[in-house]
Design a binder for this molecule. Sequence first.
Ligand SMILES: Nc1ncnc2c1ncn2[C@@H]1O[C@H](COP(=O)(O)OP(=O)(O)OP(=O)(O)O)[C@@H](O)[C@H]1O
Length: 636
Amino acid sequence: MTDARVAQRGKGALRVFNEAGVLAAADVHVALRLGALAGESDESVLLATALAVRAVRSGSVCLELNRIREIPVEETWTGDDEADGTSAVDPATLPWPDDAAVAAGLRASPLVAGGPNGPLQPLRLVPAAGGDLLYLDRYFRQEQTVRRLLDERATTHPEVDEDRLRAGLDALFRGDGGAPSAAPDRQRLAAAVAATHRTSVLAGGPGTGKTHTVARVLALLAGQPGPPPRVGLAAPTGKAAARLQEAVHGQAESLGLSELGLAPDLAAMTLHRMLGWRPGGRYRYHAGNHLPYDVIVVDETSMVSLTMMCRLLEAVRPDARLVLVGDPDQLASVDAGAVLADLVARPAPGAANPALARVVGPDLDARGDGVEAPLGEAERSRLGGGVVRLSRGRRFEGAIAHLADAVREGRDDEVMAILRSGDEAVSFVGPQDWDALRADVVETSATVTEAALAGDALGALRSAESHRLLCAHRGGEFGVSWWARRSVEWVSAASGHGVDPSRWYPGQPLLVTANDHETRIYNGDTGVVVRRADGELVAAFARGSEPFLLHPSRLASVQTVYAMTIHRSQGSQYDAVSVVVPDETSALLTRELLYTAITRAQKRVRIVGTEQAVRAGVSRQVRRASGLQLAEVTPL
Ligand SMILES: Nc1ncnc2c1ncn2[C@@H]1O[C@H](COP(=O)(O)OP(=O)(O)OP(=O)(O)O)[C@@H](O)[C@H]1O
């Protein structure tokens, strides 16, 4: 480990854990600083403090004291492009302190209890049935705010004209035969839940019809008596916001949204923009100045951190409807929290909502039909809490959907059986077996280049989505950089002329790495360099049915992308994906990672790796500690 990564002031256990790569220098610095301010020098308490800081940086909201040994070393922690996410030291061999001694030390510590040095109380210790939770005060307060606002919003329900709502549901949700379905229609239930609750969660995997349902929720609400609602559409990233806007606009005409009085220019924006982010991290909208909207829809909520959810809930008017849409099984936000997954798993709070039963009673009691299962007790209870999970895949079925389900539910034998079934939609090759992968990379590049040379921007963009190589890591043997270099070699060899990613060339696949609000090109957007009829090279990006073209030099932050991380691919889909599964020792290899990667594919998925690694990934779930699933939390 390099010197810069070791906190020189760290001594004893802090130093050992820092040198082993479990703690970063910053974790140690924060712990020492807090200890100095509060007058705390107990080594195990300072270690727990540093681990609490570390836990937040690995995505947890708090540290579960009885699981401190499970903190992984992650690539995101190192921030190093060449790091492969594995530690040279086996964490099991480290001198972990005794849990009970740590808990006792914390209980007596001025860091938790406050002390003679003033009101500083930077840590909160929360006793819970599953073991004590240690919070940094800031995250404790944010979690409390989220819990309080959700609970307050659930004590009453918005008034609805039930006859109109029922008629709207009947008109908008028809079964495959044209009549309302006899089996429970979860889209219809979700729409009814969103109309009759102030906060609702619309969860589901890719292609289960979440956006389809959202557009109908807007139509239903616009059909209620009174002026049409003011609608705010938002997503955590610019790219996701652009997709949401396109999807809603795509259905606006058939649903007559403008005739219903909804603004024809319904625009989606990033959450930061909706909340009026200002330099310095302050927002225009907050608890003292609420957002003007009557209905707010947030897409890709799995990517929303606890901090952002807290800001959002504070800014939403108490009487406005908030519809949170997303896939709780995907990778969670980069920052701490897994709020969507917590909300889906949380016991249903809130007052009974008889209007819901009056409007969709038959769906609640309907028998299953082989496609939609009848509602179970737990699902019914979640429904009362405003949570609906769509399960019927509308975009793809067959082997990919089965594989995604088996991964999501941790059935590794079934995963292996599907991978080896011979079904043409899925394939499984060894880590060194690159022939088919190489053929896909070369063919995709050839078709993209052909269209790009012909000035066919849409054709080039479409071809670029025909296959995507996805990796868990950025650096290292299994990382993006390595695979990108290899892909460039393959493409160069096949095309007969060298490809030089440091210069613009027709067919060059692009990945934007920073938001540019002026050009409306966002972090994560992918494009292609295309040669126009006049010979000039332009960067093309997909924007609905028309490509958006601009000179590549106007792109502030862009990379050539022959491979990308699975994290980056979130929110996008491709005809085929090849997923490079890292070694089973990789801390990034989890069920959520594999599920997210597999569900990027619409027609074909290839897994590149070993059986051992696939099984290890399927068995390992991301644990993001938080107290949001607890009904009540009282700190010591
Ligand atoms: N009830 C339905 N009847 C017919 N087609 C449907 C229905 N629900 C969804 N679809 C179609 O299935 C496809 C997927 O739906 P949609 O885009 O709404 O899914 P999604 O869950 O939002 O997907 P993603 O998470 O990938 O954005 C769309 O083409 C949509 O028109």
